[in-house]
Unconditional design. Structure first.
Length: 358
């Protein structure tokens, strides 16, 4: 089994992040019964155990052996927790076993509390409107570190409170594809959790071949595509990754995804003054939306001032509220489903695109 750097600590394998099959294989590789893999899966991902000691259906000798030969069960520790007095949005700051800081956000809404997970420390994509992009890329998170954000946070709430998960925190999930996929498989195999795959959204800046690969896994999670401009030249200025995977290629991948998984695509659209809120932007957006089952999530642009941006990033300003409302109204008149993500947590720098840690 291939293990990456971040799944080995002090030369010991970290089992958190292994899928059910990988755990069964692991136990067979150490001459134990394969069903021990199932037991470990349940303890780690269903009962959310913190130590081997609690796993009392596993024989004591095996528990001792595992605690001596493998890494810790928890791959993250909670550093701070900050709640916005305005909206109740809570930002959690975690530290990985190798000393990196990551953030996750809980957004409470009536009947549907949403958890926003990070998939990388920093991000390599350098989108000009995003604070995480400005901090640069540090490393990929392991599937264990992705899952443990859910684990440590869900323990702070009543069971079943967190119903939706969005992979929209720090990083680009489809660049850290292997570990993102493993974390999705863990949620999928977890019969007891209140998280259903159709309540998980993976947000991407547009890594076309990986969108197709994700469709072919059959996992049927939702895709949120960060569109932000329907014109390649503008989109490339905002999101340099568009040079590598232009709109046409991404739209083809998204059509494939929608058809293959029978899911509706969400387009995210951050409104930036004079950049993507003009008349021609509106008409092009309508054209794209009419070509497939989708909805648009309009996001007011959140300030990057706390990052002291320079260059093009410093020029970006939010579209004024009245113009956002008029844009949204006009889209609705075209029978397009639009939600406006009212900014939540900007007072604690936990809103979309504001996550960054030095
Ligand atoms: N890399 C993924 C997921 C992280 S970003 C992606 O690009 O989709 C999650 C969402 O927040 C994306 O739609 C992103 O474009 C948006 N976002 C980034 N910076 C923002 C900002 N300053 N204001 C509002 N939304 C922002």
């Amino acid at each position: 089994m291939k293990s990456e750097d971040n799944t080995v600590i002090d030369k010991k394998l970290v089992l958190k992040g292994y899928t059910l099959n990988e755990l069964k294989e692991y136990f067979s590789s150490i001459d134990e019964k394969r069903f021990r893999g199932e037991q470990l899966f349940n303890w780690m991902y269903r009962h959310l155990a913190d130590t081997y000691d609690e796993m009392d259906s596993v024989p004591k000798v095996l528990r001792v052996k595992l605690s001596e030969t493998t890494g810790p069960i928890n791959t993250l520790s909670l550093v701070t927790k900050t709640t916005s007095p305005q909206s109740g949005t809570t930002k959690f700051l975690f530290e990985t076993l190798d000393g990196y800081k990551i953030e996750s956000v809980v957004i409470p809404e009536e009947n549907r509390t949403t958890l926003c997970l990070s998939t990388q420390v920093g991000c390599p994509l350098d989108c000009k409107f995003c604070a995480t992009g400005l901090m640069g890329y540090k490393k990929n998170l392991s599937a264990g570190e992705i899952f443990d954000q859910y684990k440590l946070i869900s323990k702070e709430y009543e069971k079943g409170t967190i119903k939706n998960i969005v992979y929209m925190g720090m990083g680009e999930p489809l660049i850290n594809f292997e570990q993102t996929l493993k974390s999705l498989r863990i949620f999928a195999e977890n019969v007891d959790t209140s998280i259903r795959l159709k309540r998980i959204s993976v947000s991407t800046a547009g890594i076309a071949p990986k969108i197709i690969e994700l469709a072919d896994t059959g996992l049927r999670v939702k895709i949120a595509f960060s569109l932000h401009s329907c014109f390649d030249d503008i989109r490339s200025r905002l999101m340099p990754i568009n040079e590598k995977y232009p709109l046409k290629e991404n739209l083809r991948a998204i059509h494939y995804y929608a058809k293959k998984t029978h899911t509706r695509i969400s387009f995210e659209y951050v409104m930036i003054d004079g950049i993507n809120d003009r008349e021609e932007d509106f008409f092009e957006l309508v054209k794209i939306c009419k070509s497939l089952p989708c909805k648009i999530n309009v996001i007011p642009f959140n300030s990057l001032e706390h990052m002291n941006p320079t260059g093009f990033s410093a020029e970006l300003k939010p579209t004024p509220k009245e113009r956002i409302e008029a844009f949204v109204e006009a889209l609705r008149e075209q029978n397009i489903i639009v939600t406006v993500r009212f900014t939540q947590g900007d007072d604690i720098a936990a809103a979309c695109g504001q996550l960054a840690y030095p």
